[in-house]
Write a protein that binds this ligand. Structure first.
Ligand code: AMP
Ligand code: MG
Length: 205
């Protein structure tokens, strides 16, 4: 039975979240911790796809808000159950779970919290980590990876504004459960540094 340490990791599409997470996973495993990365979008997408409501991941945020909210509620229960089962059967002292997700989603009805009260109270995260980068770098990464391209995120000023708003949404969510908040810069070609910073946060929890 391991102690579960849960971190919410959020950032704009193309910021390099998944890359930073896979690096930090290797680092933490090398130190004997058990690590699991789960993606909130995967759980939501699977639920909604099975209901025939979406075809692609990016369809999710264009659904009526009520459908998104219902899937968000179901997904968080599934994730918490899954992580608790994993932690219970783990043989290491600490089980580190990273939830790759968003603190704010640009829906058709407005900016919508990815971590509202009914979600954070179910997940009970220890910390929020926002992965940030220069708007120019985010755009060029989105262009390199077409599966990440979002036409309505591809403007530098908008990206700058969303990064500021993400901080506000993260603070609002963390305050509901007494979690800490961290902002990590993923600089071009220096993903190792971001991963190391994240590792330190985990070890100090
Ligand atoms: P991603 O591939 O991580 O960008 O996630 C795909 C989609 O899943 C996002 O565009 C959102 O529509 C949805 N999603 C991810 N995390 C959340 C969350 N915490 N709350 C609501 N929707 C989410
Ligand atoms: Mg990703």
């Amino acid at each position: 039975m391991a102690t579960l340490r849960l971190l919410i990791v959020a950032g704009l599409p193309g910021v390099g979240k998944s890359t930073v997470l896979s690096k930090v996973k290797d680092m933490l495993q090398a130190r004997g911790h058990e690590v699991e990365i789960i993606n909130y979008g995967d759980f939501m997408f699977t639920l909604l796809k099975n209901k025939g409501l979406v075809k692609s991941r990016d369809d999710v945020r264009h659904l009526p808000l009520e459908d998104q909210r219902n899937a968000q509620r179901l997904a968080v229960k599934e994730m918490r159950n899954y992580l608790e089962r994993k932690a219970a059967s783990s043989t290491s002292d600490v089980f580190v779970a990273f939830v790759d997700t968003h603190v704010l989603i640009k829906t058709d009805s407005g900016l919508w919290p990815g971590m509202p009260e009914y979600v954070v109270k179910e997940l009970r995260p220890d910390s929020f980590v926002l992965v940030e980068a220069e708007p120019k770098e985010i755009i060029s990464r989105q262009l390199r990876d077409t599966s990440r391209y979002r036409a309505d995120y591809a403007d530098e000023n908008l990206i700058k504004e969303l990064i500021e708003l993400m901080r506000i949404f993260a603070i609002a969510s963390a305050t509901l459960v007494g979690a800490s908040v961290n902002f990590i810069k993923n600089k071009e070609g220096r993903v190792e540094e971001a991963a190391e910073e994240l590792m330190k946060i985990v070890e100090r929890l």
